[in-house]
Design a protein. Structure first.
Ligand SMILES: NC(=O)c1ccc[n+]([C@@H]2O[C@H](COP(=O)([O-])OP(=O)(O)OC[C@H]3O[C@@H](n4cnc5c(N)ncnc54)[C@H](OP(=O)(O)O)[C@@H]3O)[C@@H](O)[C@H]2O)c1
Length: 223
């Protein structure tokens, strides 16, 4: 049943987009309660209804949301404005930032901001007490929605989680791990300066080798 009433939940901002709706779908399937946030309320409702139907779970849509966790899935162009709204309007403790700093139409390489990475920039924009965890930059949206954790005994691909606050990082690792993705605690936020630039290389591989969404996998870890 579609709903707009929740006690505690996860907000997916930019959730009508490719990555946001993929993450929302994944979380809804394992019973997490979510709302889709968008500048376009009608489309947010439409997406929430679609996800509700696809997952047989309740997904809602809302503007100002009181929630412990926000997942931000917007491009670099709107990252700052979205974060400022999150800082003002949402009582979040943790924010998952998925931004790859690309500036269309030139998307063959990242444009790391002066702060070092999009994630570090996000942390600087947000008020003290809100912790940023960087994740999902190296996983294509359709794979995030659909891929299995293990295929023929081999981990399909990894999501990296980076954040300054250990508790925030662990809680994101637990949440994402529970929905069937292998997510690795990869250390502090400053390392996002290495993770974010990998994405254009993956896009290059996809194009050159006609791969349907390449990803990264860290070896040497038993799954
Ligand atoms: N797609 C992928 O496979 C993928 C994989 C890894 C990482 N990422 C990263 O995840 C983030 C989201 O990617 P996406 O492909 O899901 O993005 P998207 O579908 O193009 O856009 C997501 C949402 O961002 C808002 N938005 C888009 N362009 C905007 C603009 N110029 N100004 C203001 N708001 C804008 C819109 O939200 P409103 O409805 O609120 O307007 C839109 O629904 C990006 O930073 C991307 O680099 C994407």
């Amino acid at each position: 049943m579609f709903t707009t009433e929740f006690a505690s939940l996860i907000a997916v901002i930019g959730g009508i987009g490719d990555l946001g709706s993929a993450i929302a779908r994944r979380l809804a399937k394992v019973g997490e309660r979510e709302v889709i946030g968008s500048q376009n309320p009608a489309k947010a409702v439409e997406t929430a209804i679609r996800l509700t139907a696809a997952t047989a779970r309740s997904v809602g849509a809302a503007g100002n949301i009181q929630t412990e966790l926000v997942i931000l899935t917007e491009p670099l162009a709107s990252q700052e404005a979205a974060l400022r709204k999150i800082g003002e309007a949402i009582a979040a403790k943790n924010v998952v930032d998925t931004t790859v700093p690309l500036v269309p139409p030139k998307v063959k390489r990242v444009r790391l901001p002066p702060e070092g990475s999009a994630a570090v920039r996000a942390q600087k924009i947000l008020v003290d007490g809100i912790h940023v965890v960087s994740a999902f930059q190296n996983t294509a949206a359709h794979n995030t929605a659909a891929h299995k954790l293990v295929t023929d005994g081999v981990v399909d691909r990894d999501v990296l989680a980076l954040g300054k606050d250990k508790l925030a990082r662990y809680s994101v690792v637990r949440l994402v791990g529970a929905c069937g993705l292998r997510i690795l605690n990869t250390g502090t936020l400053v390392k996002s300066t290495a993770a974010e630039p990998l994405t254009p290389s993956l896009n290059f591989i996809n194009k050159q080798d006609t791969v349907d969404g390449s990803g990264i996998r860290i070896t040497g870890i038993k799954c």
